[in-house]
Design a protein around this ligand. Structure first.
Ligand SMILES: Cc1ncc(C[n+]2csc(CCOP(=O)(O)OP(=O)(O)O)c2C)c(N)n1
Ligand SMILES: [Mg+2]
Length: 529
């Protein structure tokens, strides 16, 4: 079969498999697949996105796949181009995202002969499900959870000048989030809590509501909804006397955000129950956690005093956190997180960057009303600061609502600035990117290395200030940019948006450590027995 026939057959198979979005980066070896995908785009069988930078292309496809819960192929040419997909594939692997990497290759006979742009692409992504037979792609995709790597050997002649158009398949219903049915009963202890990590979805909330339990839901859990979800749970775990009484934790999703939650799971007398098929994606105390079916339900409702006590403590802690956030200067990052949390309307999207943005949000985000179909995403598989803007662009493109936001730190923004490199003919989402801009990585100030003992080296090797001018960078990409004070952000977030824009809010970095201890002190005082 010619390269063109192979690629046309592959596009047909992908369409049969439900693929409706595809990403490519340019190159000669991948050309026949690029042309076949462009043919499919032309007749409306799928939507094609073209990017110059393969790393950004990989994360764009990841964002599309995360928000649509569908397979999204990303196609690169051979050599280093394909290696640039590695970060997105690793994130997809650890978060179970349906990303299909298609790397074009020369025929196997040319490997090891010094042929141009030819390396061993077969073992390029160890641990990722691999295939080299395009005809078997449907079997690979049927496994359900990603990612998958298809290395496509294409021989010359690479292109053929002949007309082709695939049949347009009917649009299929997208798989929604998992809605629990009535599964097996779990024997509850009197003082249980529910932890909802990344991508838990509604089951965590439903379990907490059925059991009358407090819900500690990370922002990207998809479960921070309803009136069982607490706000300042992270500080309550450290400071509220009631936290000592916890005797059971039921965990959904992939919790990674906070040390107090990890410490809770490590407590010897706590029964740790993980609602997942296995423990591979779950940070757990070795030998002590047990799994239950994701559809598990509590065998009884907890005494109302348990949840009431948590709600009262949370209300006091939240007042204390808000008071610290109101402080001039230091509190600005928390004000930014609150404003962004409040700006997301029903059906809206929020993509949150790693480091302080997601932790600030975790501390202040008000739970949303259940059932209003907001989507809050974060790359928590490996918590990288890479690819976040591309993920946000992809996720925004996959949503029907045009209200989409991203909240990122300045280094996270700069790391993926090529996400803004979007050609004039490419689909562009309406997306507001908010940058909490403190010229460097402020999270490290709150960790051990932020101790004054390391002050000498801290600034150079941890904080890494860049002095980069984000406004001028945006100008180079033709992206509107505004510098705003935190207090001006809520009004700006209300504005109608067409295309991508950047709102940069300067926040102080040197007071981060003090901010963290001021919040701890305030909450300890507010909830003491
Ligand atoms: C790809 C990658 N490189 C390095 C890190 C380590 N890291 C974690 S947070 C961080 C700093 C992030 O800075 P910024 O985005 O400005 O957020 P801030 O800490 O200032 O809130 C770094 C380098 C990472 N998580 N991912
Ligand atoms: Mg920063």
């Amino acid at each position: 079969m010619s390269a063109t026939s192979i690629c046309r057959a592959l596009v047909d198979d992908l369409l049969d498999g439900g693929v409706r979005e595809a990403v490519i980066a340019p190159g000669s070896r991948s050309g026949p697949l690029a042309i076949a995908l462009a043919d499919a785009d032309r007749v409306g069988a799928l939507r094609l996105h073209v990017r110059v930078d393969e790393r950004a292309a990989g994360f764009l496809a990841l964002g599309l796949a995360k928000a649509s819960r569908s397979w999204v192929p990303v196609v690169t040419t051979s050599g280093t181009a394909s290696a640039n997909l590695h970060p997105a594939l690793l994130e997809a692997m650890h978060a179970g995202v349906r990303l299909l990497a298609v790397t074009a290759d020369r025929p196997a006979r040319l490997r090891g002969t010094g042929a141009n742009q030819t390396t061993d692409q077969v073992a390029l992504f160890p641990h990722v499900d691999y295939g080299d037979n395009p005809a078997a792609i449907s079997t690979l995709l049927a496994v359900g959870s990603g990612p998958v790597h298809l290395n496509l050997e294409l021989d010359e002649p690479l292109v053929e000048a002949s007309d082709w158009a695939p049949a347009v398949r009917p649009t299929h219903e997208r798989a929604g989030p998992h809605v629990p049915t009535d599964g097996p009963e779990l024997a509850m202890r009197p003082h249980a809590v529910v932890v909802a990590g990344d991508d838990s979805g509604p089951p965590a909330r439903v379990f907490a509501e059925k059991g009358g339990l407090p819900l500690f839901a990370e922002p990207s859990s998809g479960a921070r909804n309803g009136d069982h979800a607490l706000i300042a749970y992270r500080l309550l775990l450290d400071h509220a006397p009631i936290a000592e009484q916890i005797d059971q934790v039921v965990v959904f999703g992939h919790p990674t955000l906070s040390r107090p939650v990890s410490a809770l799971l490590d407590r010897m007398h706590v029964d740790v129950v993980v609602a997942a098929p296995d423990l591979s994606r779950f940070p757990h105390p070795p030998g002590r956690a047990r799994t239950v079916e994701p559809d598990v339900r509590p065998d009884r409702v907890a005494a109302p005093t348990w949840l009431d006590a948590w709600r009262a403590a949370d209300a006091s802690a939240t007042v204390a956190v808000d008071a610290v956030a109101e402080r001039e200067g230091a509190g600005a990052a928390l004000q930014v997180a609150r404003a962004v949390n409040a700006a997301v309307p029903p059906e809206g999207l929020l993509v949150v960057g790693s480091s302080n943005p997601i932790r600030d949000l975790d501390l202040v985000a008000r739970p949303y009303t259940a059932g209003e179909r907001r989507l809050v995403l974060a790359n928590r598989g490996l918590s990288g600061i890479d690819g976040t803007l591309s993920t946000a662009v992809g996720a925004a493109l996959a949503r029907s609502s045009s209200r989409a936001f991203a909240l990122v730190g300045d280094l996270t923004f700069l790391h993926d600035a090529n996400a803004l490199l979007i050609g004039p003919r490419e689909p562009r989402p309406d997306l507001t990117i908010v940058v909490a801009s403190d010229d460097g990585g402020s999270i490290f100030a709150t960790l051990e290395q932020g101790d004054p003992a390391f002050a000498d080296v801290f600034e150079r090797v941890y904080a890494t200030p860049t002095g980069a001018d984000i406004g001028r960078l945006c100008e180079a990409f033709g992206i509107p940019h505004r510098l705003l004070a935190a207090k001006e952000l809520p009004a700006a977030l209300e504005e109608d948006v067409t295309g991508i824009r950047v709102l940069e809010v300067p926040v102080p970095r040197d007071s981060r450590r003090e901010l963290a201890s001021a919040m701890s002190d305030a909450v300890r005082e507010a909830v003491k027995a």
